[in-house]
Write a new protein. Structure first.
Length: 451
């Protein structure tokens, strides 16, 4: 086993942004908000591997990571229009362009590239070692996202409102790390940082809110959405060998949720000074409950977790055996079902099948939470707050995505709860599972003294 020596590297990035905006009441019913933001992001410099003519130069040189550009202008526009003199109906619309000025993965010297000249060598799951080299595509551009929305809100009465709207977004020049394309060889693949990432998002939203008498409030919101991209993280390694292109990976995003519902109910027990003592103790408590439900995240089935020691997110996918059911009923599996191994046919190491990226839906989720709190006024300066929170009140099991690798004997089975899939609590793993969504029932008690 070869042990690499530590490499000391530094990288610095400078950013300058300026903003000008104004709000103009064009008429008594129309309000216009407009602005313009300018992003100036000089590229950090460092010792980088040079890509030239489809090959990696054996030398390194100190160059800016992306060209210096002065035209990164991001306009914003918002409109609010009131229908009728009563103002009960309001139409809101807006849009804007936003730049990812930080370009985080491009300046990631800590993890090996592309500013670093470090190389990663592994023989795990492969017949030979793979020497992974990091480089960057010349002429990188700052990632940009355009966003727009349109919402109509109507006050049905003095106590309830109904709103509906549309939200859209499109991402361009997003950072995408590609392996196996230009500059790569069988034993020395190149992890090339490119701006080939693209994304789209469309959503329809609806919300209803009502304030009842005696301190009772209720609301319900629903969203239908579809997120499409060719890479859902700038940290992933995407395969572009064997004739594959970024367009081959265009599919539902890893975080795509078609249906999402949230319902809340809040009640404050009224205070009655003349009531009996036990009634005064129960008064002034704030009680709330929330129900969350959503459809499943998509899943990509792969032949193996790694290819010649390199973890690829999109390769290699098997063939789908048409006519074969994707899921099997299994009372011993989490959720009572598992993916059917007979539905997938591997074409061998390094060969891409016809099963699409994120073509299978995993497990959905629903959970109800409850909270109770009360503030006791001790004097004019001090107060005591009591609070209790219960997560997953009904202890409903929510499972993480099933194992998606054909060479794993647990293929198609969920091996963990949803809160552990979203994060284990370790650094870099995502959200803490302690109070995260999808875990077992949990309670939290809190006493807070304000002075």
């Amino acid at each position: 086993m070869a042990i690499s020596q530590p490499i000391r590297q530094t990288a610095g990035a400078q950013e300058l942004s300026s903003w000008i905006g104004d709000t103009w009441r064009a008429t008594s019913r129309l309000t216009v908000t407009a602005g313009l933001r300018w992003e100036f992001s000089p590229a950090p410099t460092g010792s980088v591997l040079v890509l030239s003519g489809g090959t990696v130069s054996p030398r390194t040189q100190t160059v800016p990571l992306w060209p210096l550009r002065f035209g990164n202008l991001a306009p914003r526009l918002g409109l609010a229009w009131r229908f009728g003199a009563d103002g009960k109906t309001v139409l809101r619309a807006g849009g804007g362009l936003y730049f990812d000025s930080s370009m985080s993965i491009a300046a990631d010297a800590l993890n090996g590239g592309p500013l670093g000249i470090a190389q990663y060598v592994s023989a795990r799951n492969g017949l030979f070692s793979s020497e992974l080299t990091y480089a960057f595509l010349p002429g990188l551009r700052l990632p940009a996202v355009g966003q727009w929305n349109l919402h109509l809100e109507r006050a049905l009465s003095a106590h309830d409102t109904l709103s509906a709207g549309y939200v859209g977004a499109a991402g361009y020049d997003l950072v995408r790390r590609e392996v196996g394309g230009i500059g790569s060889t069988v034993t020395s693949p190149l992890a090339l940082t490119t701006d080939n990432g693209r994304s789209r998002y469309h959503a329809l939203e609806a919300a209803y809110r009502r304030r009842f008498a005696a301190g009772l409030d209720a609301s319900v919101t629903y969203t239908w959405a579809h997120a499409v991209d060719n890479d859902s993280s700038d940290a992933y390694l995407m395969w572009t060998g064997s004739g594959m292109t970024p367009a081959s990976d265009r599919a539902s995003a890893d975080f795509d949720l078609r249906h999402s519902l949230a319902a809340t109910l809040a009640y404050t027990v009224p205070h009655r000074p003349a009531a009996a003592a036990w009634t005064r103790v129960a008064a002034d408590w704030s009680l709330s409950a929330i129900l969350r439900a959503r459809s499943a995240f998509p899943v990509t089935v792969l032949d193996s977790e790694q290819y010649t020691g390199i973890p690829l997110t999109d390769a290699f996918r098997p063939n789908y055996v048409y006519g074969q059911a994707l899921w099997l009923a299994d009372p011993h599996a989490a959720g009572g079902r598992r993916l059917d191994p007979a539905a997938f046919e591997s074409l061998g190491s390094g060969v891409e099948g016809d099963l699409g990226r994120n073509a299978i839906a995993g497990f959905g989720m629903w959970q109800a939470d409850f909270s109770a709190s009360r503030t006791l006024r001790l004097d004019d300066l001090r107060s005591l707050e009591l609070r209790a929170d219960v997560y997953n009140l009904f202890n409903h099991p929510n499972f993480g995505d099933p194992v998606r690798y054909l060479d794993n004997p647990l293929l198609g089975q969920s091996t963990r709860m949803l809160n552990m899939m979203l994060g284990t609590g370790s650094p870099g793993s995502g959200l803490s599972p302690l109070l995260g969504a999808g875990g077992p029932r949990g309670a939290q008690l809190e006493i807070k003294l304000r002075f």
